[in-house]
Design a protein around this ligand. Structure first.
Ligand code: FDA
Length: 306
């Protein structure tokens, strides 16, 4: 019930405007958001790199309503790609198509992302296209496939698969047919039972099934989860199939299970941290509270600390 409550809040435009402008809101979000500027994110990235962890930088924002906002978001990602190279930071970028204007104009978002993937290819980097709610699934997968097929782009753009969707097994097969890199996650949106497993145990079982397909594919994928059972199952499967640690990586969100992040990095596993930053943090933050409502108490306590 609390999950549905926070996911409901995540879609409220009026609360979003109020929260993102308030000083208290900014303080609350600090637990999961690296700061409001790219400089904040780059500094966090450098610190994580020195602890042995590469990053993926996400300029928070989604469902932009003007072409100008989309162009500005893309420009910021171009500067991030340049800064990552200039500072020698081990990191790539993650973006959402609705942040690149998908709701306004499909051609605009595809042009902006194509230019970003071309930039990533030139700088030997990578663009991960995050997966949003199910109304965007088909379009997002088609967009990634098209981007990947452009000469020189293969290996520089990847998709995200959500284990809670019934369709994901087929989507994985189709992406693997083109050797497209996948980030596997459970899925963070509120989806109806006719398209997504309602029970956690079914989502977990599908996650493990898809993880095994990914690990055996010979393509470098990201296993994105904080769930120790999923992580243990991945490690056991890789060992039993003699799959090298270097041929996949774990991924976790900034501020979530930092103990586990450090432990996996120390054990020699690739451990990439997804580092969100920016003024448009509200919807992202609410989805993190939905995953673990106890976080609401945790962040509220921190609000009253100096
Ligand atoms: P689960 O939710 O079952 O949690 C397992 C355990 O992990 C919990 O018991 C708790 O200990 C810990 N935990 C999980 N979430 C926590 C939190 N917020 N705070 C504190 N502890 C927490 N989703 C999506 O739909 N599209 C996307 O593109 C992405 N991208 C993405 C990238 C990366 C790197 C990660 C790690 C996750 C995503 N997600 C995502 C989010 C994902 O779908 C999912 O909602 C969360 O990762 C939570 O699921 P877990 O796999 O962690 O398991």
């Amino acid at each position: 019930m609390l999950r549905a409550f926070f996911l409901g809040l995540s879609r409220s435009a009026s609360l979003r405007r109020l929260a993102e402008r308030s000083a208290a809101g900014k303080k609350l979000s600090q637990r999961f958001v690296a700061g409001t500027t790219s400089e904040d994110a780059l500094q966090v990235a450098a610190t994580l790199n020195s602890a042995g962890m590469p990053v993926s930088l996400d300029d928070l924002g989604e469902n932009v309503t003007s072409a100008q906002e989309a162009e500005e978001s893309a420009a910021l990602y171009h500067s991030l790609l340049d800064e990552l190279t200039a500072r020698g930071i081990r990191g790539n970028v993650s973006l959402k198509l609705t942040h690149m204007g998908l709701d306004i104009d499909h051609a605009l978002s595809q042009r902006l992302v194509t230019e970003l993937v071309a930039h990533a290819a030139r700088t030997k980097n990578f663009v991960r296209v995050d997966m949003e709610g199910s109304e965007y699934t088909q379009h997002t997968l088609d967009a990634v496939r098209q981007l990947h097929a452009i000469p020189g782009h293969a290996g520089h753009v990847g998709a995200v698969i959500q284990a809670y969707l019934y369709r994901s097994e087929r989507d994985v097969e189709e992406l693997l047919a083109n050797s497209i890199r996948i980030r596997l996650c459970k899925g963070a949106y509120k989806e109806p039972a006719n398209i997504a497993f309602p029970k956690k145990s079914d989502v977990d079982a599908n996650y493990i099934k898809l993880m095994k397909t990914l690990l055996k594919s010979g393509v470098f994928h990201g296993i994105a989860t904080h769930d120790e059972q999923m992580i243990d199952a991945t490690i056991r499967f890789a060992e039993s199939e003699k799959i090298a640690r270097e041929s996949f990586e774990f991924q976790m969100l900034y501020g979530v299970r930092r103990d586990l992040q450090k432990r996996l990095a120390a054990e020699g596993y690739g451990m990439r941290v997804y580092v969100p930053f920016g003024a448009g943090w509200y919807a992202y933050f609410m989805r993190r509270l939905a995953e673990r409502p106890a976080n609401a108490l945790f962040v509220a306590k921190n609000l009253f600390r100096k």
